[in-house]
Write a protein that binds this ligand. Sequence first.
Ligand code: HMG
Ligand code: MG
Length: 311
Amino acid sequence: MRQPQVEQSPAELPEQVTIWEVGPRDGLQNEKSVVDLETKAEFIRRLLAAGLPIVEATSFVHPRWVPQLADAKELLEKLRDEGGLDHHDLPVLVPNERGLDRALELGMKHIAIFGSATETFATKNLNRSLDEQFAMFEPTVSRAREAGMDVRAYVSMCFGDPWEGDVPIDQVVSVGKRLFDLGASQLSLGDTIGVGTAGHVKRLLGAFGEAGLPIENLAVHFHDTYGQALANAYAALEAGVTTFDASAGGLGGCPYAESATGNLATEDLVWMLHGLGIETGVDLEALVGTSVWMSGKLGRPSPSRVVTALA
Ligand code: HMG
Ligand code: MG
């Protein structure tokens, strides 16, 4: 399979980056139909086999809110019982203590809470006001930390909100810092509806730096609604970010965010990174094969440009 010609950028860039694969979670939560358990398990196995170092598996949210992922327990039990991978290592989304209890029952070691930078989305996605979300997360994170879990914190609507429009940078930094200070090891800055642009990315990352949050603790999570995700990823790379969220085949979106479409496709990100001579550990051919297989299961072609070009 064709690979990009490697030409390093004259800019100072990292030698290696970590891709945080969110396809099984952010991707499948947004599918109209519920993907069957065996296909979900196979998707995760194939992604790990393609060299993705972190695969976010599912969510312990309310099954009525996200019926697509209502089989979280069964999925993780299946992966555990079939062996060959350590299901404990797969991060899962947890919004509250009920979700945490469900994750603890299965011995999970990595959870991700998900906060909103805006009032409206906090209400729509979490049924909480902006302030109330912290009261929900606080005991969740402290109990998770006591249990020895690693906690990631997402911040949604960092670059714009479908109901509120522009989102002030200082508001995002304030929410992000509050989430991080609860005891997270990493903050993932989400462009939930894909409206951000490259200068905005640099400004926001810079503002977190000024607020005392080191770039090593920041990840970026781009959706490609306006075709900006890859440009935004490059801007973040130049700013020193080394963890990038992406979704195989460009699946994804949030059912509670109007106009959210697919995530940055993992294949498009890998093509750019490998072309820059940056290591990811990912086998592009195996990954494209996985997305082609998944698009067969979903009955529509992948929106990823790289998958389309190589398939
Ligand atoms: P609520 O209705 O306010 O819940 O929902 P509650 O605390 O009032 O509890 C009501 C009932 O739900 C209780 O049961 C609880 O036990 C049960 P009852 O006593 O009435 O029988 N319950 C649960 N059951 C199972 N698992 C749970 C759970 N929690 C409560 N975890 C809640 C609040 C947060 C649960 C709800 O709003 C919810 O599940 N929201 C999730 C929405 C979601 O998953 N959105 C997509 C993920 S975010 C995203 O995609 C963005 C991201 O990708 C980054 C980006 O792009 O920006 C991460
Ligand atoms: Mg997302």
